[in-house]
Design a protein around this ligand. Structure first.
Ligand code: FAD
Ligand code: NDP
Length: 457
């Protein structure tokens, strides 16, 4: 039977837009449905507006720091409403660009919710249509903790549209979103509490980075509450109280749950399509993003794996190439670089010291220093740089940095690591002076050898 489309994509976010565009460029007849905002989470309530808020927060510190360089400036007042309006204009522009890209590529766009009626048939708004292949790219949404009064709190989707900047805020969690928004609100002048159950923020990141981040957040004025569990939220108009296990309480204008995200699968008609989910609620796929129905694929945040925009777009690209083009693009999904946009930011690629030590013996090269500018500004801000090297082969297994420009620097190191660079390759590379980045090619002294002893395992 001839279908209405060769490919139909559900979800116009990073993953879906890339898959639809590339498939159409390969000559496929492609349709795509988006029910909320073109560009999805990243463009509308994720990476892009987040980075604009991070940049907004940094201007305050830069204005203060400028005094160390002879600028007799007073710290200017911040206008939250003006920032949000400017951000909204930029996001509206970008979201339109995403829709235009699809139309320019010849993709049929539907501004509607889609759901399965049967394995090849979809209800898209008022229409019923069929497709030979279907890609589910519906992303995820933030979740609150299941504690009494949680509905009084906000999540990241809300944080981008607050009518006023909270002067006091309690953020729950210590993952990417909690760490980044703690930096944003503290940088904009809010009294910011970070409440988390771990001893250090960013579980899963390198231990030295986690320690350095805790110091950096504290140095920025964030009040850290490690090993702390929230029990309930109470409050009324404009005031919130976060009650902590053990009897403590934090009073704030907003309680922000940055406690993870779950896949968007509700109302998709997965049972009509015969698709199964994993225990965490994500759509189960194989290494080629096939669900249990071989003609239905799932990519991006709706699946398990790394929930990052470049991963979502790479999956969309590789899948479209595999289905309609010359074959899958050979992306390296094993060393995915990532950044946390705190102040200063973190960036990392490859194995942590802890992971490397569990696999064998690793040599650790570590440096901490005060960035040149802060010798003049007096700001107590340190940079940390670290290489994890496989012993005795010398292959660089991990590169980690907390410091100004870390994401820009580590992106370059990720290329070297994808090419299989060794410590000797780093050592024979000439630096650029004076930069922080040059430290990565002058890390001569071994800091320590890391190895998990059999007894400790
Ligand atoms: P999404 O972008 O969520 O797109 C899914 C789309 O599907 C949505 O637009 C949704 O409306 C639509 N949809 C859902 N159901 C249906 C349906 N039934 N019918 C039609 N449409 C539907 N990643 C980074 O790499 N760097 C960052 O700095 C970064 N910052 C982030 C900051 C925040 C606050 C958040 C929340 C995330 C951030 N991420 C970041 C993660 C990144 O945004 C996601 O990994 C990425 O957006 C995933 O893309 P996706 O296409 O899988 O899903
Ligand atoms: P994360 O998974 O990064 O962090 C979730 C946090 O919530 C953790 O600190 C976790 O604690 C805590 N948590 C979860 N459940 C509970 C509970 N029951 N009680 C107490 N604490 C709990 O999720 P985020 O929401 O921060 O971000 C979602 C994803 O979006 C990220 O994982 C990342 O993939 C992506 N993202 C990427 C960004 C970037 O690239 N810069 C920025 C923002 C988001 P614990 O560690 O103890 O489990």
């Amino acid at each position: 039977m001839a279908h209405d489309f060769d490919l139909f994509v559900i979800g116009g976010g990073s993953a879906g837009v890339r898959a639809a565009r590339i498939a159409a460029q390969h000559g496929a007849r492609v349709g795509i449905a988006e029910c909320r905002f073109w560009g999805g989470t990243c463009v509308n309530v994720g990476c892009v507006p987040k980075k604009l808020l991070v940049q907004a927060a940094e201007y305050g510190a830069l204005a203060e720091d400028a005094r160390g360089f002879g600028w007799n400036s007073v710290r200017p007042e911040h206008d939250w409403a003006a920032l949000i309006a400017a951000k909204d204009r930029e996001i509206a522009r970008l979201s339109r660009v995403y829709r235009d890209i699809l139309e320019d590529a010849g993709v049929a766009v539907f501004e509607a919710r889609a759901r399965f009626e049967s394995p090849h048939r979809l209800r898209v708004g008022e229409r019923s249509l069929t497709a030979e292949r279907i890609i589910i790219a519906t992303g995820g949404h933030p979740v609150r903790l299941e504690i009494p009064g949680a509905e009084l709190g906000i999540v990241s989707d809300d944080a981008f549209f607050l009518p006023a900047m909270p002067r006091r805020i309690a953020i729950v969690g210590s993952g990417y979103i909690a760490a980044e928004f703690a930096g944003i609100f503290a940088g904009l002048g809010a009294r910011t509490h970070l409440v988390y159950r771990q001893p250090l923020p960013l579980r899963g990141f390198d231990g030295d980075l986690r320690n350095a981040l805790a110091e950096a957040l504290a140095g920025q004025g964030v009040i850290l509450h490690p090993r702390t569990r929230p029990e309930r939220v109470t409050g009324d108009e404009g005031a919130r109280v976060l009650h902590l296990a053990g009897g403590g309480k934090l009073e704030a204008e907003a309680v922000f749950f940055a406690t993870g995200r779950v896949a968007n699968t509700a109302g998709l008609g997965l049972s009509e399509a015969g698709i199964v989910r994993t225990p965490t609620g994500a759509i189960a796929v194989d290494s080629m993003w096939r669900t249990v129905q071989p003609h239905i694929h799932a990519i991006g945040d709706v699946t398990e794996g790394k929930h990052l925009t470049p991963v979502a777009t790479a999956e969309g690209h590789a899948l479209a190439d595999a289905l309609f083009g010359p074959g899958p693009r050979p992306f390296n999904f094993s060393a995915v670089p990532t950044a946390v946009f705190t102040s200063p930011p973190i960036a990392t690629v490859g194995l942590t010291e802890e992971e490397a030590a569990r696999r064998g013996t690793a040599e650790i090269y570590l440096t901490r220093f005060t960035p040149m500018r802060h010798n003049l500004t007096g700001r107590r801000r340190q940079t940390l740089m670290k290489l994890v090297v496989e012993a005795p082969r010398g292959r660089v297994l991990g590169a980690h940095m907390l410091g100004e420009d870390a994401p820009e620097i580590v992106q370059g190191l990720a290329v070297a690591m994808t090419a299989g660079a060794s410590k000797a390759d780093f050592d024979r590379t000439i630096g650029i002076h004076p930069t922080a980045a040059e430290e990565f090619v002058t890390l001569r002294a071994l800091t320590r050898v890391a190895q998990v002893s059999r007894a400790a395992e």
